[in-house]
Ligand binder design. Structure first.
Ligand SMILES: [Zn+2]
Length: 390
């Protein structure tokens, strides 16, 4: 396939080598690690990465640092399905990874084997990196809609993510457990999740290509002048994000199980405005209503997946500035002195917050201070400090 052709991603793409390509001219600099198609029905990122690296190679583009692309779920990609046994983007809990290290291959799920192989390659890249590592996880969605990025809310992630002229979503990682992005983020790297549009829409490949090109420039690997059509790609993203808020936070996730027979009603796309009480979907119990007013994100229009939809709301940029200031001042260190708050006895980076007290200074205060909600522990909420890259 010619590297610039705009063709729909083919379900059933065969990938024989997980390593999609490496570009390294031996000049010190940042490392960019890209994972594509962690979900097998999202091959757009694979096609886009190949386009980008082929162009770098053809033009022998000057480059600082190293670019590496890895494919995610190979058996699921071959079948054009989200996953085979379990979701490869929900199994990156460190305890589970440790436990599986000793499990024989024939006792593992398809995805546990994929994870082990991917982890080998990720570990070797992260270990050899001497500059800052930027990690990009490329996805598409079952619904139509504008592209966006999502991050765990560290200052370094914000700085990198806000250079893409599209909406930045905060707090998605609090809602889903075991995502690869969060696993890499917690090792202190800069991480951005990229959603490029609908799975089979050819423009999703163009958007992924644009994200990768902008990432190479903003990480400091390539000069804009060295990338053909750079301004065009930037304009493509800017146009897509033009009418949307710049930063939004996740307010709600609607979890679904297969037994729910969840069916999203037609016509919703990412960022579509919804009103409190609006009937968005149907399931075994009847109408599924929006719990509050906001915008919808990632409504589920495919069989596999356990997130029905997310509800997001604009996050005022002034609050971003306030929270950056509080974090620079290391205000979070005062959090354990708040009433009803103490440090977890086994983990200095985790706060235990009395739920009766927490309602007075809501979850948002801990977000501002750089903590993420980890777990609901009955009377208590657990918050962990986000690891800022060094
Ligand atoms: Zn995905």
């Amino acid at each position: 396939m010619p590297s610039t052709a705009t063709t729909a991603p083919t379900p059933g793409l065969t990938i024989t080598d997980r390593r999609l390509g490496t570009y390294d001219r031996g000049i010190a600099g940042p490392t960019i690690v890209v994972v594509a198609a962690l979900h097998g029905n999202e091959p757009s990122g694979v096609v886009a990465f190949r386009r980008v690296i082929e162009r770098l190679q053809e033009r022998d583009t000057p480059f600082r640092g190293r670019l590496v692309g890895l494919a995610g779920n190979l058996p699921a990609i071959a079948r054009g399905e989200r996953f085979i046994d379990e979701d490869l983007n929900r199994i990156w809990q460190p305890r589970r990874i440790e436990r599986y290290a000793d499990t024989p291959r024939d006792k593992r799920s398809v995805e546990a084997t994929q994870q082990a192989e991917l982890l080998d390659q990720l570990d070797s890249e992260l270990e050899r990196a001497d500059g800052l590592v930027h990690f990009l996880d490329l996805h598409t969605s079952s619904a139509e809609g504008k592209p966006f990025v999502c991050i765990g809310d560290t200052l370094r992630n914000r700085d990198f993510a806000t250079r893409f002229p599209v909406p930045v979503i905060l707090g998605l990682e609090e809602q889903v457990d075991g995502a690869l992005l969060e696993y890499i983020n917690n090792q202190g790297h800069v991480t951005v999740g990229v959603e490029a549009g609908q799975h089979d829409d050819p423009s999703s490949i163009d958007f992924h290509e644009a994200f990768l090109s902008l990432a190479l420039v903003s990480a400091g690997c390539v000069e804009t002048a060295e990338l053909p059509r750079y301004e065009e790609m930037r304009a493509r993203l800017r146009a897509a994000g033009a009418a949307l808020p710049r930063v939004l936070e996740v307010r709600y996730r609607h979890p679904v199980a297969a037994a729910d027979r969840f069916r999203m009603r037609p016509g919703y796309e990412n960022f579509h405005r919804i009103r409190a009480g609006e009937a968005l979907a149907d399931d075994e119990r009847g109408d599924v209503h929006a719990p509050e007013t906001g915008r919808i994100l990632l409504p589920l229009y495919q069989g596999l997946g356990d997130d029905g939809y997310f509800l997001v709301r604009e996050f005022a940029r002034s609050w971003l500035a306030v929270s950056a200031l509080l974090r620079h001042l290391r205000f979070g260190r005062l959090a354990p002195w708040l009433p009803g708050v103490h440090v977890h006895e086994d983990d200095a980076n985790t706060l235990v917050v009395d739920r009766r007290v927490a309602r007075w200074f809501a979850v948002q205060v801990f977000h501002l201070l750089g903590y993420r909600k980890k777990r609901d522990g009955g009377d208590h909420l657990l918050f962990s400090r986000r690891v800022e890259p060094a």
